[in-house]
Design a protein around this ligand. Structure first.
Ligand code: SF4
Ligand code: SF4
Length: 557
């Protein structure tokens, strides 16, 4: 084999550990990778107020206008976190720098920046821990991997902690189970104590606290959008369908990510929800209401801090109590699923309302209709009983043959499925979506094993990374997912990638254009809506002429 010419040799030079301890400087912060800092209107509002949020800061200016005693505040917050959170303390102590996580992060793969290796991302924080909270660090300084806090360290934290989508793929490969996402989450909270909050997520948190949803839609806008959906469905199905909004005593409160109210391709999923709910009410008397107060399933607070997460989580919980529903169904949102399932008990008291309590203890759909008796949602629920994911519900209905399906209505689609990090790795919902898709479609193909189910690659826009100013980072970070997608497009002729996550549905259309992959993006509930035969309304399988996008279902049409 001939020698590789000097100019083509790949030179990857990793600095030694001491050099790594040197923080980046202001001039190293790059456009496309640095998140904007929140403005006072987002973090000094009546609805969402953060300390020192009244100051306008620019991530690209030398002076970040930190409060005078910023160091003391950070160290107090650090101490508090170590005392209150055992996992954080353990994660500070036990990393052996084995490097098993190093190449598992999509941002490292896409950027090649060594500080985007999960181990190094956490080291930016651990090094400070060692310096102030360990004897070795106090005595031996940099020889023990410790470094003191200064403004550049804080800038490095902000820059790299906001190049993490909290996807937790790295933790899957760590022999000690270190969850770098959790380290990032707590350190972001520390930054928020000195006025450093990421702008994109705070726009959404403030809007959701003020109006009920991340987009800041008021009640009329939200309700008008659902009405528009019903009118489109009349054109597609010929039936007059309806829905409920803020209905006390309904069986179910339904919460969806607010992008489903109007964004594309989310909109087709919204149509799928409405079809399902109408069929279930007509056939079994199950009533589903939306809420203009709890009009957002997502929770951007989970990317920011415990307090912000709780603020938004409790809103849905309180609304379910107020309306007196029996349970909550969640729509196609990734982080909603983890937020609601993993944190509901910690952030709220157990349900007080008798109906909800009863269903929580024994989630048998027979409580709603005799005809549904024996369908125990407990078999399908991946988390707490008070909540069920729409795809878990559909899986239960299909398994028990309670809805009629014509998969041939989706024969113009060849689909693959992207596991959202929080749905798959976060909540273990791996098989239900695939079970649903294999039943409602004839052509379904998984991507290669190394990047699906628990090992799924992040869309690179979660955890607050959907910000417009991070486009360069997003398009680089999504590369591993795009390569796997290209493989099934070439091998099987896949023409749509389905995902039950609103952030994915916002990121992937841009990503497939950037990476030049000829494929559409959608959600599983769109395919369910296409295939669902509205038997209760007298519909026959062959009656539907158009899919939810208005495309003719059969070629001759
Ligand atoms: S895999 Fe775990 S122990 Fe190894 S470097 Fe990464 S975080 Fe540290
Ligand atoms: S949580 Fe995800 S984005 Fe963050 S360091 Fe780990 S792999 Fe990278």
């Amino acid at each position: 084999m001939s020698e590789v010419p000097e100019e083509l040799k790949i030179k990857q030079k990793f600095p030694n550990w001491y050099d790594w301890l040197k923080p980046i400087k202001q001039k190293d912060l790059k456009h496309g990778f640095a998140s904007y800092i929140a403005l006072p209107k987002q973090v000094d509002s009546e609805f969402f107020k953060m300390p020192f949020g009244d100051v306008e800061r620019d991530v690209f200016s030398e002076d970040w206008k930190l409060p005078e005693n910023w160091k003391e505040i950070i160290l107090d917050a650090f101490k508090e976190t170590l005392e209150k959170n055992r996992a954080f303390k353990v994660f500070m102590d036990i990393c052996v720098r084995c490097g098993a996580c190093a190449d598992k992060c999509h941002y490292y793969i896409g950027t090649g920046d060594p500080k985007n290796m999960p181990v190094m991302r956490a080291e930016t924080v651990r090094s400070v821990y060692r310096y102030y909270f360990t004897i070795g660090g106090k005595l031996f300084g940099k020889w023990a991997g410790a470094r003191p806090l200064d403004e550049n360290v804080i800038k490095e934290w902000y820059y790299y902690l906001y190049q993490c989508s909290l996807c937790r793929r790295c933790s899957l490969f760590c022999p000690y189970g270190i969850d770098t996402a959790e380290v990032v989450w707590w350190a972001r909270r520390m930054l928020s104590r000195i006025g450093l909050n990421q702008r994109f997520m705070c726009i959404s948190i403030e809007a959701s606290a003020r109006t009920g949803n991340h987009l800041g839609l008021y009640a009329g806008g939200m309700a008008g959008s659902i009405e528009q959906g019903l009118s489109e469905l009349k054109d597609i199905t010929g039936f007059d369908l309806h829905t409920y909004i803020n209905k006390p005593g309904a069986d179910v409160l339904f919460v969806a990510p607010s992008a489903d109210y109007f964004a594309t391709p989310h909109w087709y999923v919204m149509l799928g929800y409405l079809l399902l709910f109408n069929e279930l009410e007509e056939r079994y008397g199950l009533t589903v209401t939306w809420s203009t107060y709890a009009s957002e399933g997502g929770n951007f607070g989970t990317f920011h801090s415990y307090e912000a997460a709780q603020l938004l989580n409790s809103k849905i919980y309180k609304e379910a109590e107020r309306l007196g529903v029996k349970f909550i169904i969640g729509g196609e949102c990734g982080h909603m699923w983890r937020d609601k399932h993993q944190f509901i008990n910690t952030m709220n008291n157990p349900p007080k309302h008798a109906e909800w309590r009863k269903f929580w203890d024994d989630p048998d759909l027979g409580q709603i209709s005799e005809k549904l008796k024996g369908i125990n949602l407990g078999e399908f629920i991946s988390g707490e009983h008070g909540w069920i994911h729409i795809l878990e519900l559909v899986a239960a209905l299909i398994k028990h043959k309670k809805i009629d399906i014509d998969p041939s209505r989706n024969d113009h689609w060849k689909a693959t499925y992207h596991d959202p990090c929080n749905v798959a790795r976060g909540m273990g919902m791996l098989e239900e979506p695939r079970y649903v898709l294999r039943n409602v479609m004839n052509y379904f193909y998984d991507m290669p094993e190394h990047c699906i189910r628990e090992k799924t690659y992040c869309c690179a826009a979660g955890g607050g990374m959907l910000a417009e100013e991070l486009m360069e980072l997003r398009m680089r970070g999504v590369m591993p997912r795009m390569m796997a997608l290209r493989y099934v497009v070439k091998k099987y002729g896949v023409n749509i990638m389905l995902t039950p996550c609103a952030i994915d549905k916002a990121q992937f259309p841009v990503a497939v254009e950037y990476w030049k992959i000829p494929v559409e993006i959608g959600g599983p509930m769109e395919m369910v809506g296409n295939a669902l035969v509205l038997t209760a309304f007298g519909e026959k399988p062959e009656d539907r002429k158009y899919d939810l996008r208005g495309t003719p279902i059969r070629e001759e049409e």
